[in-house]
Design a protein around this ligand. Structure first.
Ligand SMILES: [Zn+2]
Length: 281
């Protein structure tokens, strides 16, 4: 059994064949957590999870690049097709604490996410850039408060902002939060700080593009989560362009290779990790 701890079957890319994809995953013993990036996709993730008696879960949250900005500060990289692109489209939204809280009434909601900081998506001027960062931090604090209030783990999206995220987490003393840094791409020094705070590191198909071997080698196995971030970050062996949760198998295989342990052991421990952190039942 494997758990894809970060999927986006709740977005348009899966509109036409979502049920088939989920059926195939469940037949292959793959459990899935679908991740929200705004209110709409969060709600969708909850709805999808509600249709299945087991194996499909949801996380709810407002992604940092989707926060409402000032009218004129359009994001520069809106049409960027880079491989790192994580979001289908940018939908500006004001965060509603109560609205998101309402969604967590479903027992299928296992985390607040994806939330965090993303400094890759930059407005043009320095002043607007600083304002954007400030807004992201304010949003993050509100979402962390929600996670604390509901006693839910968090799923962090963090891009080019590791120092600021660590500052925020170390600032809340003692840090009562637990969670995962999804799609971890930082260095070992940063990895160690997150691990010391009790966090897990999530790895996906990006490990075929960036050299994260040393980080994976050094990260204790009981702190590793596997994920796909599908439809993005397709592992080269999947044999199709659009990634889906079946791709998590290739991530597990690669981690087994890097750590020089059997595939079964990676499957077993990462599944235990996911079940422990997200209390999947
Ligand atoms: Zn994601």
């Amino acid at each position: 059994m494997l758990v894809d701890t970060h999927a986006h079957l709740n977005i348009k890319a899966f509109e036409l064949d979502r049920e088939e994809v989920i059926k195939r995953c469940l037949e292959n013993n793959i459990w899935i957590i679908n991740i929200g990036t705004n209110y709409e996709t969060s709600k969708k993730a909850v709805e999808i999870a509600g249709k299945y008696p087991e194996g499909i879960f949801a996380a709810i949250g407002l992604h940092p690049i989707n926060i409402k900005q000032n009218q004129k500060s359009k994001i520069k990289n809106q049409n960027d097709k880079s491989k790192f692109k994580n979001i289908e489209n940018i939908l500006e939204e004001e965060f509603s604490y109560e609205g998101y809280k309402e969604l967590t009434k479903s027992k299928k909601v296992v985390a607040v996410g994806e939330i965090g900081l993303d400094y890759y998506w930059k407005p043009k001027t320095t002043k607007k850039k600083e304002l954007f960062k400030q807004k992201q931090k304010e949003l993050l604090l509100k979402e962390l408060k929600l996670a604390e209030e509901l006693n839910l783990p968090v799923i962090f999206h963090c891009r080019m902002a590791f120092d600021d995220l660590i500052d925020i987490l170390q600032g809340s003393d003692p840090c009562k939060l637990n969670g995962v840094i999804h799609c971890f791409t930082g260095n070992w020094k940063m990895a160690k700080k997150f691990l010391n705070l009790g966090f897990y590191l999530g790895f996906n198909g990006i490990i075929f593009k960036l050299d994260l071997d040393e980080i994976i080698k050094k990260t204790p196995l009981d702190r590793i989560l596997i994920e796909t971030d599908c439809p993005y970050l397709t592992p080269p062996n999947l044999g199709k362009e659009r990634n889906d949760p079946l791709g998590v198998k290739f991530v597990a295989e690669r981690i087994a290779e890097i750590k020089n342990v059997g595939f079964d052991k990676i499957a077993e421990i990462t599944t235990e990790n996911a079940k422990r952190l997200f209390k999947l039942g």
